[in-house]
Structures are given as C-alpha cells and as structure tokens.
Design a protein around this ligand. Sequence first.
Ligand code: UD1
Length: 351
Amino acid sequence: MSLPVEGSTVLVTGGAGYIGSHTCLQLLEAGCKVVVVDNLDNSSEESLRRVKELIPGKAENLSFHNCDILDEAGLDKAFAAQKVDAVIHFAGLKAVGESVAKPMRYYSNNIAGTVTLVAAMERAGCKSIIFSSSATVYGEPATVPCTEDFPTAALNPYGRTKLFIEHMLTDLQASDAQWQVVLLRYFNPVGAHPSGRIGEDPKGIPNNLMPFVQQVAVGRRPQLSVYGDDYPTSDGTGKRDYIHVMDLADGHVAALCKVRKDEDCGCITVNLGTGTSTSVLELVNSFAKASGKEIPMQIVARRPGDAAEVYAKTDRALEVLGWSAKNSIEQCCIDQWKWASENPYGYGGPE
Ligand code: UD1
C-alpha cells in the first residue's frame, strides 16, 4: 500500500545529521523527494552519500544544499529548485553545557534560524512544518509518564530555544489556519540503521550517555562517569526513555502522512518515545552484552539539572499519527554496536 506521502517533496533542514540522515532514508523509502539544507556544522556530507548508497534505486531523489538556515538567499535558492510540500526542521544546536556558555549562539542559530526559515517558507508558499522539539521542555517533570499537556519549563538556554520555537510556531499557526505545524517532542534517541552504515557521530566529548558508552567500548575513552546512584529509582541511577533512531525516523514519516492527508490538522504536539524507561546501569549492561565489551565505570556526583526519571506517555502518537516505537533497548544496543564497531571514529578518521 502506498503512503499518502509518496511523491511529496520535503525540505529537510539538518538532514545530514544523526536523526536527519535516518529520516531522509525513511522518506526516500516512502517515495518522497528529499531536499537537504545543512551547513555541515556538526554533521558530514558522508552521511548523505551513505544514505544514497543504502537506497540505490531512489538515490536521485535526494539533493543537497550546503546552506545555513540563517542564509536567506541560500534558502530561497533551495526552495526555488522545486515546489516544496513540507519542511522537516532538524537544524539546530543541541549541547546543553555549550548553550550556557554561549547562549547567543543558541538564540541566533535556533531561534533566529527558525524565523529566517519560516520567512523563506512564506516566500515559497509552503506552510507545513514538522519541528524537532525535545522532552527537555518538560524540565524536571513532577510525575511520569509525561503527557503533552504537562506544564513546560526550560532549565537552560538550549531548552529555552526549543520551548520558544514551539510557542512561535503555535502562534504562527493560530494567526493563519493554512499553516500546519507538528511539534515532535523526542525523548532520548539512540541506535543506528541496522546496516551499520549511518549513525551518530558527535564531535568532541559526547554529552549524552549512549555515544559516551560507545566510545568507551571502542577504547576512545577510558571509563564512563555515572552521574549519581542515589536517585529514587530501582537501582539508584537516572532512568530515561531511549528510542531507536529508526523508530524516530518513522515517526517523522507518520507526521508527514498526517499533514499530507489532513489539511486541517492545525497545530499538533506529539511525544515520540517508547513509554518505558531504562536506567544508566541497565543500558550499560545491555550495551556490554551486545558488544561483548566490558564498560569500566565510576559513580560520580549527580549532574545539575538531571531528573530522576523521564519517560513518555505515548497514547497521542498512536491516536493522532498511528505510530508507536517498535525496537527494544537490546535492539538499540545491537545496532549502536554495529555502527560503532564498523565506524569507531564515525565518518572521519581518528581525532
Ligand atoms: C540531555 C539533556 C537534554 C537534551 C537531551 C538530548 C541535560 C541535563 N539534558 O538529556 O536537555 O534534550 O540530552 O540531547 O543535559 N549520564 C551519565 N553519564 C554520562 C552521560 C549521562 O550517567 O556521561 C546519565 C544522565 O545522568 C541521565 C542519563 O545518563 O540519567 C541520560 O543522559 P543524557 O544522554 O545526557 O540524556 P538526558 O539527560 O535525558
């Protein structure tokens, strides 16, 4: 059965990045034409070369513009090359610590970048946008699972940019009913395409747990620091909702189906998570099993701003998008290890 997205043209900002590249692949698979806009700031064009290699029959349906979302003329050029039906907007900076040290870089790239993108969309007559938001907008939730109508909070400049862009796009849609807006709140993306050809390739020291564990397993880092073992959880370590990046990519295809078949969808906010949580120690054990490697670790102090447990309520995703996550944490670790062991330095060489 063909999906209602077949034949659609989608402009994907940040399409060369981790979630972006996996989503491009699934969009091509579903029969879309994909126009990637990426400045390669924290990504590599090699990811797109490999996406094409994974889908040889449809490789010509992917085009790439090396362009910053703050570059008005560059965006106009990318939109002018063909009629764009919808935009999936991944491009943005995402390191919490860096956002505290360099807030203006975050406000400029994330917020001003989105303003510039929306203006270019208006000039091009495209009024459908799917935005990469984050469970970070729940702050430290008072209870779990997190439902989409929980109060929102931002604990750092990065989180504030996600929250502010959500408000901005909501206001935009309220001002003009022709706009379609889907705000996707991701929980913790992990894993890689099962081929091991594409995956996450963070620059420098990874901030997030899974890429750090991966770098310990391949010998790039001596040990993992576990941020606290005195949380009120089953084993004392923090619990999160880890979602396989292929499930996440399929969530974007489902969101695109929604905007393509439901003209009046308005503005929708949807969690993309699994609805279950895994502790740091459980994840490390699962990764050690998948890789056959020992992961040396030490318990250190809690990281400021970390909640004890965060996971998604997933009912709305199923109801509104007909989507749910399929992969277990075991599968996430198996696919993460295939990518890591075959590409220990990501898309590049040793540092
Ligand atoms: C973090 C960000 C969040 C962002 C998300 C995705 C913070 C406070 N939160 O979420 O805003 O949206 O990444 O980029 O930075 N852990 C360790 N050792 C490590 C790394 C992590 O023990 O070296 C633990 C953490 O305490 C947490 C879990 O592993 O319990 C997951 O951490 P992480 O991958 O950074 O994700 P979040 O904290 O959920």
